[in-house]
Design a protein around this ligand. Structure first.
Ligand code: ADP
Ligand code: MG
Length: 259
């Protein structure tokens, strides 16, 4: 199983939309894909129509792991959305996990260890992790558990500003914690036909030529609609469906190149 983190310390750049639709796109290409919500705002689970229930989420597994308690029952760890996507939800208590993690031994590796213990290695080809928008211990855990990072960047003013910090964090994690970690690419999102959007796009292609995806996601109201209706864009009539399929194909090309 290859683990791909969808990460950017900025919020509202299209991480969750990309996580859901990459999982859906991979599935449409015949790959076995699982996605996981790792943002206490729980937007990925909401997108998939998740209704909170009694069964443990990744939050409870992390807590148990970080406090050396027995793992909860894993039989309902993986949920299936009505739209046919397999996912692991989190809950809002994940926001408090930093305090527990701060005291845990090997605190950067708690997620990675937890996943190894609860998720059979050969059940899925891909695990897509939807990360939270800050550079704290949750993001560090997600990156420490990943093989690849995909960075969605909104093509708007200042949107590319945080890129250097993000790339630096990835290099530190690669050096100190997880030597497998690679940058899969930079995905321009919410591209529009205005001057600002075009210049950010140009900036990305000029400054990160190999990393920036040749395809981009355009700004379109269908994204919000798909979220409200709990249906991925892939397979819908939206233009974003084709765009996310092109992204999926690029991801598959890049993953094959590294294997
Ligand atoms: P993040 O996870 O980075 O916070 P989201 O994927 O939740 O970003 O997107 C933020 C908001 O922008 C959501 O309301 C979402 O529906 C909307 N959105 C996502 N992608 C697009 C797009 N291509 N065009 C227009 N709106 C989008
Ligand atoms: Mg999100």
């Amino acid at each position: 199983m290859k683990v791909i983190a969808i990460a950017n310390q900025k919020g509202g750049v299209g991480k969750t939309t990309t996580a859901v639709n990459l999982a859906s796109g991979l599935q449409s290409k015949g790959a076995r894909a699982l996605c996981m919500d790792f943002d206490p705002q729980c937007n990925l689970a909401k997108y998939l129509g998740h209704v909170p229930d009694e069964a443990p989420t990744i939050t409870e597994f992390i807590f148990a792991s970080a406090t050396y308690q027995d793992m909860p029952d894993t039989s309902r760890l993986i949920r299936h959305s009505e739209s046919g996507i397999d996912y692991i939800p989190c809950n809002i208590a994940l926001a408090k996990v930093d305090m527990v993690l701060a005291q845990a031994m090997f605190r950067e590796r708690v997620l990675s260890d937890t996943l190894e213990r609860i998720l059979p290695e050969d059940l899925y080809d891909y695990l897509i992790i939807d990360c939270n928008p800050s550079m704290g211990i949750l993001l560090i855990n997600a990156l420490s558990a990943s093989d690849q990072v995909l960075i969605p960047v909104q093509t708007e003013d200042f949107a590319a500003d945080g890129m250097e910090d993000m790339l630096e964090l990835i290099q530190i994690i690669k050096r100190q914690i997880n030597p497998r970690l690679e940058v899969l690419g930079v995905l321009p999102t919410m591209a529009a036909s205005n001057q600002v959007s075009r210049s950010v796009l140009e900036h990305l292609h000029t400054n990160y030529p190999g990393l920036t995806f040749p395809c981009e996601i355009k700004r379109c109201v269908d994204a919000a609609k798909s979220c409200r209706q709990h249906k991925p864009l892939i397979g819908s009539k939206s233009k974003l469906s084709e765009q996310y399929l092109a992204v999926t194909e690029e991801v598959l090309r890049r993953m094959e190149a590294v294997m």
